[in-house]
Design a protein around this ligand. Structure first.
Ligand code: ZN
Length: 281
């Protein structure tokens, strides 16, 4: 072996033994962004929403990078994935646009997930624009009999892939919802809801500062956060709104059982199977 070849072999060793890169998938929404309290502000074309959301996202990206995360993936999760732009997203972030299907790309093995701009589940008193996936279409979702929303179903999905939730920013009700299942996650309440469309909000500047600090702490403490795993067989019940009553053939849905005109219960051997059958993604 020539000196040159030996050098090449040795130079390759660190690459072969390298640790996986630290990464986070940040799931974004609109109703928990500071200053967003009215329904008209949630239109993806609303210029103020776009600026407020982008500012918070970029603050979170800065914090995650400061805290040692190497790859930050930001999913534009609000209403048709049309609110964020590659023109204004943090230069070092990767922007994910489009529907993510049943696994939300979690099989890629992120080190952690986070929520930004998050709202509480349907029916929570004083949750700002609280809903579970669809305010007009879905009254309630129950996971093993317990009312849940976007936070807990996505935390459970991430848990299925052994991925913890490390961060959430949103209104106070959303923060409390995550804290109940992931007490070690870093959270920022950027607004306090008084009623569905009545809020006390931080300024954009203050919310960005708080988000950046919390994201930095979250990135530095990933190992403290445990994945939220639902073990054993799972039922997911979807109670639709009256205007969204079950279709004629709902009784034939795989693993589904019609409970009444608006409610269907899906069973699965684990969370992912039940979730796939419920097709809420
Ligand atoms: Zn949402």
């Amino acid at each position: 072996m020539t000196i040159l070849r030996l050098f090449c072999v040795l130079a390759a060793v660190p690459v072969l033994t390298a640790q996986p890169r630290k990464s986070v998938l940040l799931i974004t929404d609109a109703e928990g962004v500071a200053g967003v309290c009215r329904q008209d502000q949630t239109d993806p074309n609303n210029a103020e929403l776009r600026a407020l959301l982008t500012g918070e996202v970029n603050a979170a990206v800065d914090g995650f990078l400061d805290g040692g995360i190497e790859d930050v993936y930001v999913w534009d999760g609000h209403d048709g994935s049309a609110t964020l732009s590659a023109l204004t997203i943090h230069p070092k972030a990767r922007l994910i646009i489009g529907g993510l299907g049943r696994t939300m790309t979690l099989e890629r093995g992120y080190s952690a997930i986070g929520f930004l701009g998050q709202h509480a589940m349907a029916g929570v008193r004083a949750g700002i624009m609280a809903h579970s996936y669809s305010s007009l279409g879905i009254q309630n979702i129950r996971l093993n009999g317990k009312n849940v929303g976007e936070i807990e179903t996505r935390a459970a999905l991430a848990g299925h892939f052994h991925t913890p939730v490390i961060f959430l920013s949103g209104d106070r009700a959303a923060v409390e919802e995550l804290k109940a299942i992931a007490p070690d996650a870093e959270t920022v309440a950027v607004m306090e809801g008084l009623a569905r469309h009545v809020c006390i909000s931080l300024s954009a500047e203050m919310s960005r500062q708080a988000i950046r600090s919390a994201a930095r702490r979250a990135a530095a403490n990933i190992s403290r956060c445990k994945p939220y795993r639902i073990s054993g067989p799972v039922t997911i019940e979807i109670e639709y709104t009256t205007r969204n009553s079950l279709r004629l053939d709902a009784g034939h849905a795989l693993g589904g059982e019609v409970l009444n005109d608006r409610t269907i219960r899906y069973r699965g051997a684990d969370f992912l199977e039940a979730w796939t059958r419920a097709r809420l993604w």
